[in-house]
Ligand binder design. Sequence first.
Ligand code: GDP
Ligand code: IMO
Ligand code: MG
Length: 427
Amino acid sequence: MAAFIVLGAQWGDEGKGKMTDYLAEKAEVVVRFQGGNNAGHTVIVGDKEYKLHLIPSGILYDDKLNVIGNGVVIDPKALFDEINYLEELGVKVIPNKLIISDRAQVIMPYHRILDGLKEKARGKDDIGTTGKGIGPCYTDKVERSGIRICDLINKEVLERKLKQNIEDKNAIISLYGGETLDFTAVYSEYLAYAERIKPFVTDISVRIYKEIKDNKNVLFEGAQGSLLDIDYGTYPYVTSSNTIAGGVCTGAGIGPTVITGAVGIAKAYTTRVGKGPFPTELEDEMGEYLREKGHEYGVTTGRARRCGWLDLVILKSTARISGLTSFVVTKIDTLAGIEKIKVCTGYKFEGKVIDYFPASLEDLAKCEPIYEELDGWDDSIQNARSYEELPENAKKYLKRIEEFTGTKVSIVSVGPKRNQTIEVGDL
Ligand code: GDP
Ligand code: IMO
Ligand code: MG
């Protein structure tokens, strides 16, 4: 395994939390490299369900090192709420189990406020963000006015940078008609966070490098999914970070030559939360069926997820962009009971057939999905524990994914629990 990436192959919520937890059994380190508490990763251990947003999914083991990388944007309030939530459930979150990058950017109250105000100002063209301040925080990072964790834990630097930022941001907040912030209140709130966060803070690149050199297995846990990537997603209906494999190098301070593989987590159908194009969306009874059977409601915002057929064009693009070594196919049990299942194998675009995902949303709007129909299977699939036990038609479905994308399927997930996981090949 060595240095292995787990990332979402669609629009997020593919089951990355479940699969990271599953694969973490054989790893020593789990690293988050991008995103923030916009993510919602569900892990079920025994009869307990955990919902993680910012903390890596390896935290449920006692003996794994969990790392929040420099590419992550950290809302300290959300971080400590999550630590308290985990500790109430009996999960220890202590400095030798969790380390946090000194270079990660801090989400401030004005980021959350601006996220809301900008969305409101966009009107019907809103993105449908999670409202957690993710976009405005990454904006400040790139604009070079952001406050990093190393700044947060230095009283004088925090005071200087915060004063400047509050002045700038209050001017913008006023422009949008929002309520301005008081420097003293924010400063004292964040000083308290600084004290609490200090013991966790380190140069994570140095530590990850050491772990890899010591032949430890390191898992990089992606948040969101390929099509929410700031460069390769359905821009502007995306998140503000690089969710693709390339994000690992910049977000965790490691070089590409140490990465040994990348697995794309692909739901057996497609879902999306928030706005933006979705060629195979089903706005009919079948969409409703998938939503109810698959419990497709957001972990972070509770919003109903839009549902549609599996889009193989998307999976093929993800395999290329992230250099996937294999796919993990999740929620194949949700498709049980449907007689004829459709998969999209191309788009009709201006009289031609294309099998790639166009950049322009205007072109994408003209794309008409081309479907292939496959025969379904029944609910007994949840009880399968080996490849042999999978229904024949489910095997044909998996074969079709492999054939179209040119990428093998290594694991199939037939339910949300750890033991509902079937290894069918190498990662
Ligand atoms: P993530 O954001 O990629 O970690 O995914 P979420 O946790 O947001 O959403 C995935 C949901 O599907 C969670 O409720 C999981 O417990 C559940 N889940 C994961 N794998 C499977 C599976 O194979 N079958 C079923 N039925 N549910 C699954
Ligand atoms: P996990 O890790 C699904 C979506 C939002 C919105 C867009 C931008 O659980 O798969 P943001 O708040 O990031 O600026 O919102 O991205 N989004 C997600 N959709 N799963 C997620 O995370 C998401 N994180 C953000 O709904 O459309
Ligand atoms: Mg999720």
